[in-house]
Design a protein around this ligand. Structure first.
Ligand SMILES: [Zn+2]
Ligand SMILES: [Zn+2]
Length: 356
């Protein structure tokens, strides 16, 4: 080896060694830069005008390392909405740079615990952004009871935070949530909730019996349409609502895999768990059934969420889907937290990115 090569190697070793010794300082400097950049920018301003959909929770009550409790973020123009707010979803919103303080309203599909148990955290984070008004929470009748309950549970926390940070930082009038129930029942199965020139948000009844009412939502903005099924067994109302939608976000449960779990629970001497697993498929939809609905409705893309059971191995995706890919001829995606879809206004494009 020449003398020159030895000098170059020596310099490299010194640089790498120095970098290694200074890695803590370098990491802090990087962290500072990223924090300032993130906090200074409005993530929604950077997006093209259109409808955007992000999965802040693609899971269910079953523990899943890749999927928090149910949550779909919908951005229409400059407005940010969330549909359902399960456990871990508020944290995902922040990690996806869709700050909870920025949320204009939450919509609840029904009041099963897995769809509401992140609401307290969302209301708190919304308030922490110096909100002057409580978080608006839309839902079918019953939403007032849920929001009242969370407001009550967080009443002590509210007092501590006003005392600690002062009313200027934590305005008392901005804490908690404000329920906005909309009437919906068998006689009136649809509700128009937001009616603006460029934005329509509608709710429609689904079938999650004995959970009544349970609804899905339609978001339409500048020629783009996204439909969210909520929890439901296969229902004609979802197919009608999803007619010609750009994206149908449909819940999906594999009866075969859940049956296998039920048998395992029975064999393992866990009769209560086996009984619960036996009851679950009755009010949900299989991927094949969701694919049939999507195909009949003529949607461009089917995005499966509320994934049951958790798919711990990639190889389980095939058995989970069954024949869904043969049934539905459009694009089919098994949702994972952080999936983000951009639908530019007045176009047919759907662009997928990742935010986690
Ligand atoms: Zn659910
Ligand atoms: Zn449910």
């Amino acid at each position: 080896m020449s003398k020159r090569s030895l000098i170059i190697i020596g310099v490299l070793v010194a640089l790498i060694g120095g970098g290694f010794l200074l890695r803590g300082k370098i990491a802090v400097a990087l962290m500072e830069r990223v924090l300032v950049k993130t906090l200074a920018s409005d993530p929604i301003d950077a997006l093209p005008d259109g409808l955007h959909v992000g999965l802040c929770g693609a899971g269910s009550p079953l523990p899943d390392a890749d999927r928090a409790g149910p949550c779909v973020a919908v951005i229409a123009g400059k407005k940010l909405f969330v549909v359902d707010i399960g456990d871990g979803a508020t944290r995902n919103l922040s990690l996806m740079n869709l700050g909870p303080a920025r949320v204009d309203a939450a919509f609840l599909t029904h009041f099963h615990s897995d769809h509401i148990d992140g609401l307290g955290g969302l209301m708190l984070q919304h308030w922490g952004g110096s909100a002057q008004r409580p978080l608006t929470v839309y839902g079918p009748p019953g939403v007032d009871q849920v929001v009242f309950g969370f407001n009550t549970a967080y009443a002590l926390d509210r007092g501590y935070r006003i005392a600690h940070h002062g009313p200027k930082v934590m305005p008392p009038e901005g804490s908690g949530g404000e329920a906005r129930p909309f009437p919906i029942d068998a006689a009136h199965p649809d509700a128009l909730i937001i009616d603006e020139p460029d934005l329509k948000v509608r709710a429609f009844l689904v079938d999650h019996n004995p959970v009544e009412p349970a609804v899905g939502y339609i978001f339409e903005y500048k020629g783009r349409k996204v439909v969210i099924s909520g929890d439901t067994k296969p229902t004609a109302s979802v197919q009608a609502a999803a007619k010609d939608a750009d994206i149908l976000i449909h819940e999906a449960l594999s009866p075969e895999l859940v049956m296998m779990m039920q048998k395992s629970a029975a064999k393992a001497g866990r009769p209560n768990l086996a009984a619960i697993l036996h009851d679950i498929p009755g009010y949900h939809t299989s991927p094949e059934q969701a694919a049939t609905i999507a195909q009949k409705a003529g949607v461009k893309m089917l995005l499966l969420d509320h994934i049951v059971p958790p798919l711990r191995l990639k190889a389980l995706e095939g058995p989970f889907l069954g024949k869904a890919r043969q049934i539905f001829h459009g694009r089919l995606v098994i949702g994972t937290d952080g999936d983000f879809f951009t639908l530019p206004a007045n176009s047919t494009a759907i662009k997928k990115t990742r935010r986690l």
